[in-house]
Design a protein around this ligand. Structure first.
Ligand code: CP
Length: 301
């Protein structure tokens, strides 16, 4: 694997995470710099995206780099049967860095093993979304003033939600307490509970979204329709939780509602104007976090 790749959030040490967050803060103060002058970054999106692709491309543009790539794999030679290995090998000839989203778990790891240039994982199946985690951490630190000793509630699709999987692993450095709220069909997989057990992280599992009075972060997630093999099963759980403004009464002053977005029905629009709603600012933070991740992958910071 190219050692500058970011495939899993576990590729970053605690110190690296803290360093990237410091750089992200500096980029927020001064986002327009020429650090990527002469560099070409390829954004290869084999799955749909709004925020991740556009915030990466904004980050690259603001740093003076050039972007090549695609947002619809059906227009590429992968639709003619070209393998991922051949695609990555070819793009390695053109660019200095590859940002890739792919529907298959493990695709980013595989790409990093066959690539001559660093790979940044922009989401692989239900597995990992490490750059989302960096903007989530940045958002948590910005709103809470710290990352340590926080009570984090994860709500919704904890089975397929790759942002949950990455974030809980990253938070393991900071002594969190987790509450996992999901229906039986979408419970947090055993491997992540085992991870918590190994790291000594306290957690509990609930099936109802009722009492959130001690939460510092309420991390809502969308039920991931695209991961279901049987859409009848999706229909059963698609509206399982909807956060309403009234439910934020009697919550902590510092509580912030995060969501990686897109949302469907899981946050009522009446929450949007509540000062505790932070999901749109969270998405904005993605530009600065990704500027820091890109510069790290290219050895520029
Ligand atoms: N959070 C996130 O990954 O959003 P997109 O799917 O729009 O990139």
């Amino acid at each position: 694997m190219n050692n500058k790749s970011l495939v899993s959030i576990t590729d970053y040490s605690k110190e690296k995470i803290q360093s990237i967050l410091e750089h992200a803060a500096a980029f927020e103060k001064n986002p327009n710099q020429d650090l990527l002058k002469g560099k070409v970054v390829a954004t290869l999106f084999f799955e749909p995206s709004t925020r991740t692709r556009l915030s990466f491309e904004t980050a690259i543009n603001r740093l003076g780099g050039k972007v090549i790539g695609f947002s619809d794999a059906s227009t590429t030679s992968s639709s003619k049967g070209e393998t991922l290995k051949d695609t990555i090998t070819m793009v390695s000839n053109y660019a200095d860095l590859i940002v890739m989203r792919h529907p298959l778990d493990g695709a980013a790891r595989y790409a990093s093993e066959v690539s001559a240039i660093p790979i940044i994982n922009a989401g692989d199946g239900a597995n990992q979304h490490p750059t989302q985690t960096m903007l989530d951490l940045y958002s948590i630190k910005k709103t809470q003033g710290k990352l340590e000793n926080l009570k984090i509630y994860f709500v919704g699709d904890l089975k397929y939600g790759r942002t949950v999987h990455s974030l809980l692993m990253a938070m393991s450095h900071f002594n969190p307490t987790f509450t996992f709220i999901a229906p039986d069909e979408l419970k947090i997989p055993d491997q992540y509970k085992q991870f918590c057990n190994e790291k000594g992280i306290a957690y509990r599992e609930l099936s109802e979204l009722n009492d959130i009075s001690d939460a510092d972060i309420l991390y809502m997630t969308r039920v991931q329709r695209e991961r279901f093999l049987d859409l009848v099963e999706y229909e059963k759980v698609k509206n399982v939780y909807t956060l309403k403004n009234k439910m934020l009464e009697n919550t902590k002053q510092n509580l912030r509602v995060l969501h990686p977005l897109p949302r469907v029905n899981e946050i009522d629009t009446d929450v949007d104007d509540n000062p505790k709603a932070y999901y749109f600012q969270q998405a904005r933070n993605g530009v600065f976090a990704r500027q820091a991740v890109i510069c790290d992958a290219l050895g520029l910071i």
